[in-house]
Design a protein around this ligand. Structure first.
Ligand code: HXC
Length: 512
């Protein structure tokens, strides 16, 4: 090839690499944001990025006056590797027309999504955009529709990760919402359906973009985001770590690491003697996982439940646990959503699930009933019942009523269920049970409190143990806490070839 043609190519490449120009890049940096290109380079393995469609041009503004030459059209797309494994990636470039989505911009994203699905590799989308490109009218909306359609088609086949590093407003929020994991960064990410201005006009309410849909709101209150980071680089580390635990697609297993023993061995001493006292269940998880490592997901949202990944003997393993340190680990609307979504992800992507149980049941109260605890709570029953991956349940302490059933009891299809010797498996806690069963007797008693205490002790002896359930075969074994990791590891190993077939149907009808 002639050197002049090479030079022309280099010049064009340089032009594209400059994005929206120095001034726009400076504005981006002043906001503490990396450029779209830096984001891709920092997230991918060194020198692994191969860019596509660099010279795609914007040309579809409705009115000719609005048609500008925008090389690359405000989004960078391509392939690369993370931890040595291939991924498809796109990053919207806010310095070019505010990263707004026009037709060619959408076509680039659609092409890389199709490629990810065809190659069966994870898709990572970095969102930083003013939304639908206004000048391109209906073509922008068409682009969004096609992206949402592909998010849905790829769901459960390849892992889809959304990284929100700037504005993500209007209908644009629905692509992240249709993906599996959403990452946000403090002070940088902003997601909302309608912005502060519309809210002020329509409702007369004043609120800042940060308070409306900033990273803290999304990761702690709405639950839309799964991971919160203080900086973009911390966020990229989280993505790299997550990708070590999940497979490339739904037909393969996640990567197996070298097995390591846990660094902690104090599992016997974590649960307090007094059954009413709280403790942090993450300490128990750390006694079970290789090197005591655990990657928690949605840690800021519904903290009364804990979900995340660790390894057992090198194999990626999902953990679902009640968190007695927060609201006694009770199940409510948010924790039901958190658990069921996680169980469904792990089931779709062949990651075995370990469930650690210690809860008094579903949370009673007007607020929860009116918020739809029946509908949300049902999702846990559904998710565990339809799961076909190997599952193990360990009852650590309390397992009362609906909570016992919901937290992957044998009745919902758990492959193995173990209980610690102090486990209390019954319809309800001793205090509540005595108040119901002996209500008349207590009302008639001369000294009701003495009678109540006596009845509570009787009830505890009779029902509050693992042995009634063990006597019925509802648990497979009562185990010492120190045996927990070994028992789980064995149960998962023997379940590796598990085949569970569901009745033939188009799809189930879980109330989403
Ligand atoms: C075209 C846009 C744009 C858009 C921003 N720009 N948003 N161009 N269409 N949607 C352009 C600006 O004109 C500007 O161009 C450049 O991007 C940078 O924008 P600024 O406003 O200067 O940046 P900033 O002050 O940081 O504000 C960012 C912003 C604001 C908060 C995102 O730009 C904004 O409110 N944009 C509109 C958001 C919006 O309403 N989007 C449509 C949502 S409806 P110049 O040339 O001056 O540099 C939607 C429907 C989708 O998305 C439905 C799907 C189902």
């Amino acid at each position: 090839m002639s050197s002049s043609k090479n030079k022309e190519l280099q010049k064009l490449r340089e032009k594209v690499k400059h994005g929206g120009g120095e001034q726009a890049l400076e504005k981006q940096m002043a906001l503490g944001k990396l450029s779209a290109r830096e984001r891709i380079i920092d997230l991918l393995d060194n020198d692994s990025f191969q860019e596509y469609d660099m010279f795609v041009q914007n040309s579809t503004a409705v009115f000719e006056d609005d048609r500008k030459e925008i090389l690359g059209d405000g989004v960078i797309t391509g392939t690369g590797t993370i931890n040595g494994m291939p991924v498809c990636i796109y990053a919207q470039d806010f310095t070019v027309a505010g990263g707004s989505l026009g037709m060619m911009h959408a076509k680039k994203i659609i092409k890389i999504m199709d490629r990810a699905l065809k190659m069966r590799v994870p898709l990572i989308g970095i969102n930083d955009s003013g939304g639908a490109r206004i000048q391109e009218g209906i073509n922008s909306l068409a682009g969004y529709g096609e992206i949402f359609y592909r998010n849905t088609m790829a769901s459960g086949i390849i892992p889809q990760i959304s990284v929100v590093l700037g504005p993500c407003a209007g209908g644009a929020v629905y692509s992240p919402a249709l993906t599996d994991f959403v990452f946000v960064v403090n002070k940088i990410s902003k997601m909302f359906i309608t912005g502060p201005e519309v809210i002020r006009t329509v409702l007369g309410e004043k609120i800042s973009a940060e308070d409306l849909g900033g990273a803290k709101v999304q990761s702690q209150i709405s639950g839309n985001a799964h991971f919160f980071a203080q900086s973009e680089l911390e966020c990229f580390d989280q993505i790299k770590r997550l990708l070590q635990y999940i497979p490339q697609n739904n037909r393969v297993k996640a990567f197996t690491a070298d097995p390591l023993p846990p660094r902690r061995n104090d599992i016997e001493n974590i649960i307090p003697q007094d059954p009413r006292e709280a403790y942090d269940v993450r300490n128990i998880i750390e006694c079970i996982t290789d090197n005591s490592e655990f990657m928690e997901i949605r840690s800021g949202f519904a903290p009364n439940a804990v979900v995340g990944f660790g390894r057992i003997n090198g194999e990626s393993t999902a953990f679902v646990a009640n968190q007695p340190a927060v609201m006694a680990g009770v199940l409510d609307v948010d924790s039901s959503d958190k658990i069921s979504a996680f169980v469904r992800f792990c089931d779709a992507f062949n990651i075995p699930i370990v469930t650690l149980v210690d809860l008094p049941g579903y949370l009673p109260g007007v607020d929860q009933e009116h918020a739809g605890i029946i509908r949300h709570g049902a999702k846990i029953l559904y998710a565990y019942s339809e799961a076909t991956v190997p599952t193990v349940t360990v009852i650590l302490r309390k397992a009362y009523g609906g909570g016992y059933i919901a937290m992957n009891s044998i009745h919902l299809g758990a492959d193995s269920v173990f209980a610690w010797p102090d486990a209390e498996i019954s319809v309800m806690g001793p205090e509540s049970a005595v108040n119901v069963i002996f209500r008349k007797e207590l009302m008639a008693a001369e000294n009701p409190e003495d009678v109540r205490q006596h009845k509570i002790q009787e009830y505890k002896k009779k029902f509050a143990s693992p042995y009634v359930a063990a006597g019925m075969g509802y648990i497979d074994a009562v185990i010492e806490p120190s045996e927990t990791r070994t028992m789980i590891a064995h149960a998962l190993k023997v379940s590796q070839g598990k085949i569970k077939s569901a009745p033939d149907k188009k799809h189930g009808l879980i109330p989403m």
